[in-house]
Design a protein around this ligand. Sequence first.
Ligand SMILES: *Cc1c(COP(=O)(O)O)cnc(C)c1O
Length: 395
Amino acid sequence: MSHHFRSIPLAMPVLGEAEVEAAARVIRSGWITQGPEVAAFEHEFAQKVGAPYACAVSNCTTALHLALLAVGVGPGDEVITVSHSFIATVNVIRQCGALPVFVDIEPNVYNIDPLLIEEAIGPRTKAILCVHQLGMPCNMASIMEIARTRRLPVIEDAACAAGSSIVWQGQNLAVGAPIGDIACFSFHPRKIISTGDGGMLTTANAQYDQLFRLWRQHGMSVSDRDRHGSSSVIFETYVSVGYNYRMTDIQAAIGREQLLRLDEIVTRRRQIAELYEQHLDDVPDLQLPVEPSWARSNWQSFCVQLPRRVDQRHIMQTLLDQGISTRRGVMNAHREPAYAAPGSARIGSALTRSEYAQDHTIMLPIWAQMGEEDVALVAEALMGAMASARISEPA
Ligand SMILES: *Cc1c(COP(=O)(O)O)cnc(C)c1O
């Protein structure tokens, strides 16, 4: 096929004139960081997800770092999590001087298997860091039951999960509502809504929220907004060692516009996921992602699992030759040099499903502006690639 074809990217952010105007408005105002836009974005995000507090930071990695610090994770501690996640999930544990303990995932939902958590808990376990991978909510009911019994705080890595929801005690809640102790979001362009880079922490705990605000701004006792609004001179003090994890007002103003688009983006992604299901439902040996009855994914990614005998790279290359971008399954931290070294992590369970998912799943293109004909094209190309892989297989 040498004739011209449409190329289909893996993902694309939804950005328009509203975001351009929002950024311009902030620049014209002359107040470009830690000002009124950050405060407004925090307020609007908290309202949107139903959380008492939201604190904006520079990205989700810094959000996760502050979340772990807030629940007291430090040197010598262990944090239970998955290896099957973007590396940032575990890097932050090491940044606290603690050790990640890896447990396996459930098949087809690609999230931590709650049945494996209990066994991995040890005397040094300080917290559970679960990941709503690819936008699919974790089994929070089971995770929270274990956590409450064992008195462990739960941090939700919700990097990909803005707009996802979960049935919690009979109610339909947005991810970010107080289920775990703290939830952390990302606004990187690969996620659902974007501010370029950016992150948000939500919690119901006022003390945690105070700590986030202190630490994101160098441990400084007075916020820029308080000093700006004060009619008398204020001298700040530095009450603890802090960081520069701030979000700018330019980012926050863009984020406010993105938040207005969130429902529409998620609705559209759900339609695309449904279309993929219609096209691919009957493909032999292709395992489609499973949405548990108590979860609604935002479909940050649409992940399909190939049978063992079909070569992942071959399928991806065949699609790429037709202009279709895909990615392989989520990485496994324990297979990377940074975590393969002795003493850099503890293996809490066999990780066979995590490894299988990395080696045998692929992410198909999914973005809000994607047309029905694009979805059909991807589905056809995938079916063709799988059929040819079957034919070329020795009898
Ligand atoms: C993207 C991602 C992160 C990191 O988010 P940043 O905003 O880029 O720091 C962390 N965890 C998961 C699961 C992610 O997908």
